[in-house]
Design a protein around this ligand. Sequence first.
Ligand SMILES: [Zn+2]
Length: 114
Amino acid sequence: MEKEAAFAWKQQDFTEEAMTVIVTAYCPCSICCGKSDGITKSGTLAKEQHTIAVDPDVIPLGSQVYLEGLGTFIAEDTGGAIKGNRIDIFMQDHNQALQFGIRKTKAYLINQKV
Ligand SMILES: [Zn+2]
């Protein structure tokens, strides 16, 4: 009985789509990207408060992703170091991206464009 109750509580609180992610930030400079045109893997122009880089095997490109405490973003880009539960948030300024540091939060897939 006890175990069943605990299981039900968990199912309710954590949806299947929620995952714990490690979040860092990047800017369009050649240090962060190896290029500096600001064009994402999806072919769009990267935008602040909008673009994130993901591992497309984990989060399909085009997905709308809510990052707890950070806001809602679109998975538009990829990165060499972005594998598994890593997410990189696009920022216009290199120092701002550095200052963001490394954070841990929860990611929720809001919808997926296939
Ligand atoms: Zn940079």
